[in-house]
Write a protein that binds this ligand. Structure first.
Ligand code: SAM
Ligand code: SF4
Length: 334
């Protein structure tokens, strides 16, 4: 199917990728994402229904969206997620469906993910040490996550590991995690910590930015090689000579990749975010529930993308009432 109308923003960037956060609920409490007591969850009625999400994805596919990432909250805490994924994989025009998961509920579903043609899975794992994992996530789930990791490898689903690098918490894990790429054909990506922890920024400055993470890797692996980065990549990619996998560094806080951004985000309650750092542009759920036609919804997307911030710094400055970033990443999807 050729798209009827491609989505470009006012900076000439083609938008062909949507990140859909299917729930804000989660069974972990990663301290960089959610406070210990959790967050005020969106009511069930306020969440986009599966039917609404499918309608939206069909509409966006008609505007040239080819890739969807399912994220959350934890996608697999939402009931019947596997059926929704199957329907999503069948949407005409959607070529890639990827998932980001914490891996706690995923192991048993891996064969089904493989069978329906999920393109790749990003598994969030910040430590290879079970007690540090517990300290970070506040839940005892390390073994479950590792079993999911093994199942993904056994089923040959392309897998990336997302590790947030946190000063004083898990920097001793950087090298052991890079060592995973020696035998396993995975990409281990080290992510700068962002202030989306449900409480507000807690650092004056970021101690471990992308440069420091790279120097740390270079100190241990002086021969580490730069790989070419795929178009629109958010990671700087490297390989340790002789290793099967690769390592990546994501400058999520430093925002060095905005110039080639091809993505939009839909939050669990249907807000469109044209940037991770904005605080929502319009609510597509409200439009759909008010009976808007496909054309009206399409026009609203075109208008929103016609007013997109140049980069994450501008988006953050433009937040209404100068509100600082305090929300939990589980309400956005990362
Ligand atoms: N629950 C799923 C998971 O953890 O994979 C999906 C949602 S989670 C919000 C998506 C990604 O955002 C995870 O890889 C997580 O590590 C990352 N993330 C969450 N809060 C973050 C923060 N404050 N800074 C950087 N990355 C963050
Ligand atoms: Fe849950 Fe993912 Fe946030 Fe951790 S990062 S609390 S797993 S949504």
């Amino acid at each position: 199917m050729a798209p009827d109308q491609r989505l470009y923003d006012n900076h000439g960037r083609l938008i062909n990728y949507v990140r859909l956060a299917v729930t804000d609920r989660c069974n972990l409490r990663c301290f960089y994402c959610m406070p210990e007591e959790g967050i005020q969850y969106v009511s069930r009625e306020a969440l986009l229904s599966y039917e609404e999400m499918l309608r939206l994805m069909q509409l966006l596919a008609g505007m040239g969206i080819e890739k969807v990432r399912i994220t959350g909250g934890e996608p697999f805490v939402r009931r019947d997620m596997i059926h929704f994924l199957r329907d999503l994989c069948a949407v005409d025009g959607i070529k890639k469906v990827n998932i980001t998961t914490n891996g706690t509920l995923t192991e048993k579903l891996v064969p089904q993910l493989k069978e329906m043609g999920i393109n790749s899975v990003n598994l969030s794992l910040d430590s290879l040490d079970s007690s540090r994992f517990f300290e970070i996530t506040r839940r005892d789930a390390f073994d479950k996550v590792m079993r999911t990791y093994q199942a993904l490898l056994e089923h040959e689903i392309p897998t990336k590991i997302n590790a947030v690098v946190m000063d004083g918490k898990n920097t001793q894990d950087i090298i052991p995690m890079a060592e995973l790429t020696k035998e396993d054909p995975v990409s281990v990506r080290f992510i700068e910590e962002m202030p989306f922890n449900g409480e507000g920024a807690h650092y004056e400055r970021l101690a471990w930015n992308h440069r420091r993470i790279l120097s740390h890797l270079q100190e241990r692996y002086p021969a580490i090689e730069k790989l070419p980065d795929p178009p629109h990549s958010t990671s700087y990619n490297y390989q340790i000579p002789g290793y099967r996998g690769s390592v990546g560094i994501i400058a999520a806080y430093s925002r060095t990749f905005c110039g080639t951004c091809n993505r939009i985000r839909i939050t669990p309650n249907g807000m469109l975010k044209t940037c991770l750092y904005d605080n929502g542009v319009f609510n597509v759920r409200d439009l759909m529930r008010a009976g808007a036609t496909q054309e009206q919804i399409r026009d609203t997307f075109l208008e929103a993308l016609g007013n997109r911030a140049k980069d994450g710094w501008e988006a953050e400055r433009n937040r209404s009432f100068g509100m600082p970033v305090t929300e939990s990443m589980s309400t956005i999807g990362g």
